[in-house]
Design a protein around this ligand. Structure first.
Ligand code: MIG
Length: 785
């Protein structure tokens, strides 16, 4: 096999190890260490954020920050103290210290309690040819997370994680390279969390104690090591800073967090209409229908099939009238078709927008349209041109774009033969010529920058409304541009179970808007699997059903009445919870917070939670213990410290404890934390359907010994960009419990958006309810016990 043109570092070169520190000097926020020919630069960007760079030859290459949203200069200057002893140099900020050993250049960090973390072990930073690496200690109790899209367990100690985007269509529990490449690692122990962002778009790899259980190691190509260390007393602080560094997502339109239905493919406009009608007739809520590759004419990107989709404008308009948004797939491969009046190909050739090899020869491979060529999305003008090609889609009302095959996925011969997967030669020039990047450096960015092009285009061409963009491939910070789905899973129980840790690690890696194909992509779901998957799918930030060509129909009504009813109820539950989900999305835009969270995110001092992968939190209040195995009707559930209420029965439990939950097929065990405040909507058949005349807010008693709790409910019109100009509303709820009453204090509504006039109903679950005209004024509701 070609092994994908991977150029290995030359093993005939010696390994070089950083020498001792000869001198240092400080300029602004940076401290430069002169270590002979090599240099280290430590930058203090924030009290809990330090950037470490190593240049083996002492020359700093210009860095291109495709993933960095906040450059060094953009951080508010923060003071630090530099002190020196004969043994070491220490840089102290308000909350951490970085120490560099004079003799060896080895670096370590210290937390406010004096505990070491991110500590270099010999040989520390080292390099061979263009490969650079660092080795750090695995301290007692440390557990590993993040690293973007990963199969297998939630906790990653003892594994290897490579960052090189590939079409991992046959992934299983042991697969390493995936569609996403996110070189961000989170390390947790009680009271101390740190993050490492390896700022390299080149191939990179983390060995998390696989080769040696005492240390973890990161390495990458490109000749310069550049990484950020983020300190936090708990995971939320690290995610907040990491997403400040690499960017946070914008608010999606509210409809995008409703239910999406997709299939490869709904093959004609008639079929799409029939699917839409079925949803409405059966009263199963749905907001979005996706059109997969067969809407095109011979898979030519930006075309419509003249017969099967003869009138796309009418189709999209009719769907819209029924409350559906339409999303079209857009693949990067352009059919190689000279002299055929195919505008996209002709335009790309005329402007020279395609990837060529080093000799200038046009690169081609084989994808759906057969022989295909590929835009160089690293060039801004190519992203602009490609984005403008979306205008005919937005003009007829397409509200979202789905980017597939953008790792990029390419075969070396026409589809059908067992071809080899290839990509551009690693020395193919990409990006603005003066920057001199090659494919080796930007491979991991192909899908990322394609999604960026789509996202910017949608905003340009639909300035009045927020759009939805979905991508399969991405790099660190992809959440700024797009939602992400996890590619081709299988209709098997293991894939249902694996979906939760995979999505949780994406969330910890700063990408909150994520989902897996509900029901499984390859293969046929059984009715039982499908019902369970819809229950789990209700928890996914992106809730989309999808399935592959040749599989049985996977719509919610295709598995008999019992499963249809289960699907309806769980999709309805999602729609009831939309105000809560929407508030979580808002939190994600302001603090990078994951929406779907592993228990450890909320209970980082409880080591029991460190390996729990199949129990998850949605936001701070809801915990689900979904069933991911066949034939189950009871389920063991660990409840961490605090009081928990059963969502279905109201029964309460005092954690930490282990309980046995009833879990017949109709029920996914779901728990609410004491003190929870959860805003709920009336269920409509789609998000915009006139459910605005009542807001229900459910409150669960904090318990006598419980601390007061707070929740900020976020609202806006759900579709425009007005929220950027202050057209939003937040309402703060404070809940406390005394001997004789529970008091719910509602703060005055903030912001410039006013909800339609409505009744507010506040219900303290199991105690009572009060309702009032929601005029936005502050009030205090007392519920006697
Ligand atoms: O070669 O567009 O992951 O969601 O349905 C397969 C057809 C290409 C892979 C995607 C899948 C999509 C399918 N695509």
């Amino acid at each position: 096999m070609l092994e994908n043109f991977r150029q290995l570092p030359r093993n005939d070169r010696p390994v070089s190890v950083l020498g001792g520190v000869r001198s240092l000097h400080t300029h602004g926020r940076h401290v430069d260490f002169d270590c002979g020919e090599a240099k280290i630069r430590v930058g203090v960007l924030a009290p809990n954020l330090v950037r470490v760079r190593l240049s083996p030859d002492g020359q700093w290459k210009p860095r291109r920050s495709w993933a960095i949203a906040a450059e060094d200069e953009s951080w508010t200057p923060t003071g630090f103290e530099l002190s020196e002893t004969p043994e070491e140099i220490a840089i102290a900020t308000e909350c951490m210290e970085v120490r560099v050993r004079r003799e060896s250049g080895l670096l370590a960090c210290i937390d406010p309690q004096g505990r070491e973390f991110a500590r270099d072990l010999a040989p520390g930073m080292h390099w061979r040819d263009r490969r650079v690496a660092a080795v750090k200690a695995i301290e007692a109790q440390e557990c590993f997370y993040g690293l973007g899209q990963r199969t297998g367990l939630l906790e990653k100690r003892g594994t290897v994680a490579t960052n090189w985007t590939v079409d991992s269509l046959d992934y299983d529990l042991l697969t390493d390279e995936m569609y996403q490449a996110i070189p961000f690692l989170m390390v947790l122990r009680p009271g101390l969390t740190y993050g490492i962002f390896l700022n390299s778009t080149y191939w990179s790899r983390f060995d998390l104690g696989e080769a040696d259980p005492n240390c973890w190691r990161m390495e990458t190509d490109g000749g310069e090591l550049d990484y950020y260390i983020i300190y936090g007393s708990q995971p939320s602080a690290v995610v907040a800073t990491y997403t400040q560094l690499t960017g946070r997502p914008p608010l999606p339109p509210k409809w995008a967090i409703g239910y999406h239905q997709s299939r490869w493919s709904y093959e004609s406009q008639d079929e799409v209409r029939a699917i839409a009608r079925e949803f409405r007739d059966r009263r199963i809520p749905c907001d979005v229908i996706h059109l997969d590759i067969d809407y095109m004419r011979g898979y030519r990107v930006f075309t419509w099939h003249p017969h099967r989709f003869s009138d796309p404008a009418a189709l999209v308009a009719d769907l819209r009238a029924e409350g559906f948004k339409t999303v079209t797939i857009v693949d990067p491969g352009i059919k190689y078709e000279p002299d055929a009046d195919y505008e996209v190909f002709d335009g790309a050739i005329a402007s020279d927008y395609l990837v060529r090899d080093r000799s200038g020869k046009l690169f081609h491979g084989y994808v759906w349209p057969d022989k295909a060529v590929f835009p160089d999305f690293v060039r801004p003008e190519v992203r602009q041109w490609w984005g403008d090609l979306h205008q005919p889609l937005t003009e007829i009302g397409i509200a979202g774009i789905w980017n597939d095959m953008n790792e990029p996925a390419i075969a070396d011969r026409p589809f059908g033969d067992p071809g080899t997967k290839i990509w551009f030669p690693e020395d193919a020039p990409q990006g603005p010529p003066e920057e001199g990047a090659t494919h080796a450096e930007v491979h991991n960015l192909y899908g990322h920058l394609m999604a960026r092009s789509s996202s910017e285009a949608m905003e340009r061409h639909r300035p009045e409304a927020r759009s939805f963009v979905l991508t399969r491939s991405g790099y660190a910070g992809i959440g700024r541009w797009s939602a992400v789905w996890m590619g081709d899973n299988q209709s098997r129980w293991e894939y249902l179970e694996m979906s939760l840790p995979m999505l949780c690690n994406m969330g910890l890696s700063g990408v909150p808007f994520v989902g897996c194909d509900i029901g499984g992509f390859f293969g046929n779901a059984t009715p039982e699997l499908f019902a369970r998957w819809m229950q789990v799918g209700m928890l996914y930030p992106l809730m989309r059903g999808h399935s592959a060509l040749g599989t049985r129909s996977h719509e919610p009504w295709c598995f008999g009445d019992r499963v249809e009813q289960i699907c309806r109820e769980f999709i309805e539950l999602r729609y009831r919870l939309l105000p809560y989900f929407y508030t979580l999305f808002w939190e994600a835009t302001t603090a990078g917070t994951p929406i779907l969270r592993p228990l450890l995110y909320e209970f980082p001092d409880d080591e029991q939670t460190y390996t729990i992968a199949d129990r998850v939190m949605v936001g701070p209040w809801l915990m689900a213990a979904p069933v991911c195995r066949p034939g189950v009707s009871t389920q063991a559930v660990y409840l961490p410290a605090g009081v928990w209420y059963d969502w279905w029965t109201g029964q309460h439990y005092r954690g930490p404890t282990q309980i046995l939950a009833e879990a017949p097929l109709e029920r996914m065990p779901l728990y609410v934390r004491a003190g929870a405040v959860i805003p709920l909507a009336q269920v409509g058949q789609f998000v915009g359907e006139g459910a605005g005349d009542r807001l229900t807010v459910n409150v669960w008693p904090p318990g006598e010994s419980g601390l007061p709790t707070t929740f900020i409910h976020y609202e806006d019109d759900g579709e425009s960009f007005g929220y950027r100009e202050g057209d939003w509303a937040t309402t703060t709820y404070r809940v406390r419990q005394g001997d004789r009453e529970i008091v719910v204090e509602i703060g005055e509504r903030q912001g410039h958006w006013t909800p339609p006039s409505r009744e507010a109903v506040v219900e303290v679950v199991g105690i009572g309810r009060q309702s009032f005209e929601d005029d936005g004024r502050s009030r205090s509701l007392v519920f006697p016990l």
